[in-house]
Ligand binder design. Structure first.
Ligand SMILES: Cc1cc2nc3c(=O)[nH]c(=O)nc-3n(C[C@H](O)[C@H](O)[C@H](O)COP(=O)(O)OP(=O)(O)OC[C@H]3O[C@@H](n4cnc5c(N)ncnc54)[C@H](O)[C@@H]3O)c2cc1C
Length: 658
């Protein structure tokens, strides 16, 4: 039977949404920002849909029981002040209830400030000074070759590549250009400039795995990863940092000896050339100017970073939306570069197709078995692609699951997951910051990058995301929260990006679906995370912020004139993770590593599985450690190296058959 809420539960949910995003009486409210409440936008309906479709069954039952308990207090008929008191009291009752209330707060905010109306605009945005989408998508033709399988169809190829992202897309391009018959299997759909509507929630639903940020199984992380043609390169923020020397040296020590030397320089250079990295497009918008102001005042080092963005197509007024898919075609994703090369050389991409398992015959790669799902009708088709070479490049969250379903890879599969834990610290300034203007990320404050033997952190700008950013505004009361949300135009967010020493893991459940764990229990990482939060606070203060708040902390923001040290002390007492400062991650790495020892690595040092010749690791999961900087270039340089190794193998085979 399909899950449903009772009428009482629905009414209570609607009342909760309107408690978190209430209608507030204001004389001066020209745009109706204060008068409008969450249910006016339909946030309660979207929240209900989310609970019913996304919560695991046992959590849904718990949530329904909580809604019943809240209903029993007569909640829906209480005035705002009494509802706020009920919510606050309940949140203190137990960690579980606290977690459930936090989830309801976030859903209320996400949908209230993110859902568009029939005109594609959210009613709160005018009051927040946010313009919303700037223009309709252009009618850019789709130039990649896609293939839709019939049920039971069998294909043959030289190479089948699972995943079309940074790693898989690159390998497809290089192998196809070398004359290999390549088929790419991609879980996501083919969406290009003509489909990108500059709306955050639409982007989550259509371009991201599991519909956007989703919790790790232990609830410690909010995870974002792409699922669309081009993978992460289609939605990422283009910040192009080369692999740090310390990381390259540690990979060399792990057996990838060439990575420390000029050969890896060449891989990096080739990638940067193909995806057009340059810094003429690295506009230092207001956020970056605040980071620079702060770095200058505090004596911290800061560098402008290159972006893989075509200067001829770059438009700073549109660049800020490119994390929702880039309408301009300026961002040189794999969709526009290596996948185009691949298709021009005869490759094809099987979209909307999940690789279920890698086929192995007589101990070696034999192909891939998958399931195509029609995105409109939901009808499925089973497909087999026979090939002597398979590349696993489904991203670090899914590649281990694919290997586990296939029974290959050995004991290290899924171990050692790195995530670069991240969070936000916001400053409200007295001049407009308009984070949507210019690239979201075009520089890095790297003063502490090399602390603690390389386990430090970067502070960077961030792609503006109005709905997500609303979820992290401290909620002390409906009115206080709304006042802070309204200041969106004056807000600059600094992103903390931690190089993590600790790791998580990927396992599979009874249905073979990936399950992600990240305990975030490494003491050094937790200390660094706190250090980074405090650094951001001091930076905002130095840059002139009038108010400062850290993500999700239910403590009053610091106001200029107040004691900063006292505020920092309160921040330091707040927990990290569930019920405290949320930890995000968009950089998943190292869950199917390259290395020497089959006990601790999945593939050998050239990238081929220890226990299944012909199967190669082609994505970020192959990294022996985390990249320690935004990973795109490192993933791609490693994939470039793997493609070279694969082509050497093809050449050797050809020679031996003569
Ligand atoms: C929001 C966001 C912003 C980012 N910003 C930056 C940045 O500014 N700079 C930077 O350096 N890095 C950035 N990154 C990180 C970077 O994009 C990733 O590190 C990179 O994309 C990882 O490459 P990959 O090949 O491992 O996986 P991905 O690029 O994620 O590609 C994996 C692909 O595999 C597909 N797939 C998964 N399972 C299956 C299956 N079973 N069958 C078939 N296909 C499957 C997925 O749909 C996906 O398209 C960002 C990432 C995100 C999510």
């Amino acid at each position: 039977m399909e899950a449903a809420l009772t009428t009482g539960q629905r009414d209570t949910l609607a009342a909760i949404v309107d408690t978190f995003v209430p209608s507030v009486d204001r004389d001066d409210d020209p745009d109706g920002f204060f008068a409008t409440k969450g249910t006016d936008v339909g946030a309660h309906l979207a929240a209900e849909q989310y609970l019913l479709t996304r919560l695991p069954a046992e959590q849904l039952v718990g949530m329904q029981q909580l809604l019943d308990a809240i209903a029993a207090t007569g909640f829906a008929d209480q005035p705002q002040s009494a509802r706020e008191a009920t919510i606050t009291a309940l949140a203190g009752a137990s960690p579980e209830i606290h977690g459930a209330i936090a989830a309801l707060t976030q859903l209320s905010m996400l949908f209230a400030y993110g859902l568009p109306d029939a005109q594609g605009r959210n009613p709160f945005w005018t009051g927040m000074g946010y313009p919303g989408p700037v223009q309709a998508p252009p009618s850019t033709p789709k130039t990649l070759t896609t293939v839709t399988p019939a049920d039971g169809q069998v294909f043959e190829a030289d190479v089948v590549i699972v995943g079309s992202g940074c790693g898989g897309g690159l390998i497809a391009g290089r192998l196809a250009q070398a004359g290999q018959k390549v088929i790419v299997v991609e879980l996501g759909s083919y969406r290009n400039e003509s489909d990108f509507v500059q709306l955050e929630l639409a982007a989550y639903q259509t371009l991201f795995l599991r519909g956007g940020f989703f919790p790790s199984a232990d609830g410690n992380l909010a995870i974002a990863t792409a699922s669309t043609v081009g993978g992460g390169s289609t939605v990422n923020w283009s910040n192009s940092l080369v692999t740090p020397k310390r990381v390259r040296d540690s990979w060399a020590a792990a057996g990838l000896t060439d990575v420390a030397g000029p050969a890896f320089d060449d891989h990096l250079a080739a990638v940067m050339e193909r995806i057009g990295c340059n810094d003429t497009v690295s506009t230092q918008n207001e956020v970056h100017s605040r980071i620079t102001d702060a770095a200058t005042k505090l004596g911290y080092s800061y560098r402008v970073t290159p972006l893989n963005v075509d200067p001829d197509r770059y438009d700073p007024a549109l660049a800020g939306y490119s994390g929702m898919g880039d309408q301009t075609g300026a961002k040189q994703s794999t969709m526009l570069t290596y996948l185009q090369d691949a298709c021009d050389a005869g490759a094809s991409i099987m979209t909307n197709t999940r690789a279920d398992r890698i086929l192995v015959e007589r101990g070696s790669a034999a192909g891939v078995e998958g399931t195509y799902t029609d995105p409109v009708t939901g009808q499925t088709a089973r497909v087999v692609i026979k090939a002597p070479t398979v590349v696993a490049a489904a991203g670090s969250l899914e590649t281990p699951a694919l290997l586990l379903r296939s029974g290959i890879g050995g004991p290290a599969v899924g171990k050692g997951l790195h995530t670069h834990p991240a969070t936000l610290v916001a400053g409200i300034y007295d001049t407009p910051q308009e984070q949507w203007y210019g690239p979201g990320m075009a520089g890095a404050m790297d003063e502490f990058a090399e602390s603690n033997e390389g386990y430090g952190y970067l502070i960077e700008g961030v792609q503006h995301l109005p709905a997500l950013f609303a979820t992290i505004v401290p909620w002390l009361s409906g009115e206080q929260n709304k006042e802070l949300c309204q200041k969106y135009r004056y807000r600059s967010d600094f992103l903390v990006l931690l190089k993590d020493r600790g790791t998580g893991s990927v396992t599979i459940d009874d249905n073979g679906e990936a399950v992600h764990w990240y305990p975030f229990d490494d003491e050094l990482d937790r200390q660094n995370f706190r250090h980074a939060l405090v650094t951001c606070i001091r930076m905002h203060e130095a840059a002139g912020a009038q108010e400062i708040f850290t993500a999700g902390q239910a403590i009053a923001p610091w106001q200029r004139g107040e004691d900063l040290e006292a505020y920092i002390e309160k921040v330091n007492q707040f927990p990290i993770g569930p019920g405290g400062t949320p930890v995000f991650c968009a950089h998943q790495m190292s869950s199917a590593r390259l290395g020497v020892d089959p006990q601790t690595s999945v593939a050998n040092t050239v990238g081929e599985l220890h226990d299944a010749p012909g199967v190669w690791i082609g994505d970020a999961s192959g990294m022996p450690t985390c990249s320690g900087a935004n990973p795109m270039l490192t993933v791609m340089a490693l994939a470039h190296r793997t493609a070279t190794n694969m082509l050497t193998r093809v050449g050797d085979r050809a020679e031996s058959s003569v």
